[in-house]
Write a protein that binds this ligand. Structure first.
Ligand SMILES: O=C(O)CCC(=O)C(=O)O
Length: 257
């Protein structure tokens, strides 16, 4: 990671890393994502949430080795660690695809409704662009610097779904990854084009917080058995504190809680 990348992440709350997925890998990921949308049909995304105006998939760690490779990429993890400190884990790994001609924009939100606590930041998302993000196709908007405001948009804005004077669109080419401190106010925008706008969301949190999706419960035993020690650590599969924090009875999740 470069000093310029770290500076952007610190100041604006996000940084775009280009050319992370090369052509063949990008195509493999896109194909697998489309295959999953077809296979899962109406149930797609149901392990987490469905969303009007967007197709979603959840629990990607259990749905293909390709996703397991992405989630442990050292360059991206270094940036995530810059936000969260050394002790962090995967919170969830999902896909979101803004539908063609969908006017449904997401309200500005902080992931998991999270405010920084006395130890600092505890949520960080990575948005993997499977299509170019353009001004027209539902790119993510973000309010640069809002990760430091320690306020939730729904508590201070009369309508978090409306355009915000300080928002910027995060634009970039397919194959790029946006690492975002998601205490920053952000959200998907309307897609005014005839094509899906697809992305993966690899969401991480600090070790002392609950996973958004409890990986130990969601991943099939045969998947868990095949994971490397590094991936087991990243998913907190052998962490009793995570079992306590993330069991379904205790978890808090959802983009507006
Ligand atoms: O896909 C996007 O553009 C952002 C999605 C997002 O922020 C969310 O689903 O919480």
């Amino acid at each position: 990671m470069t000093a310029a990348e770290l500076d952007k992440l610190d100041r604006f709350g996000y940084v775009l890393v280009e050319d992370v997925l090369h052509k063949e890998v990008l195509e493999t990921v896109r194909n697998r994502v489309e295959e999953l949308y077809d296979l899962e049909g109406e149930n797609a995304g149901s392990e987490f949430r469905k969303e009007p105006g967007a197709r979603r998939l959840a629990n990607l760690m259990d749905k293909g080795e390709i996703f397991q490779q992405l989630i442990a990429m050292p360059d991206i993890l270094e940036l995530v660690g810059h936000v969260l400190g050394p002790q962090f884990k995967l919170s969830s790994f999902n896909a979101r695809s803004a539908n063609p001609y969908s006017a449904e924009a997401q309200p500005l939100h902080c992931d998991a409704g999270a405010l920084p606590d006395e130890k600092g930041f505890w949520v960080c998302n990575t948005i993997w662009l499977l299509d170019d993000f353009t001004p027209e196709n539902g790119a993510t908007r973000v309010i640069p610097g809002s990760q430091n405001w320690r306020k939730l948009p729904q508590d201070v804005l009369s309508n978090p779904a409306e355009p915000h004077p300080d928002e910027v669109l995060v634009l970039g080419q397919a194959g790029s990854v946006v690492v975002m401190n998601t205490h920053a106010w952000h959200g998907g925008t309307a897609n005014c084009t005839a094509h899906h706008r697809r992305a993966l969301h690899g969401f991480y949190c600090r070790n002392d917080k609950p996973q958004q999706q409890y990986q130990k419960r969601l991943l099939r035993p045969e998947t868990q058995a095949r994971l490397s020690p590094e991936l087991r650590r990243l998913l907190a599969l052998d962490d009793p504190m995570n079992d306590q924090l993330s069991s379904p009875e205790q978890k808090a999740s959802g983009f507006l809680k």
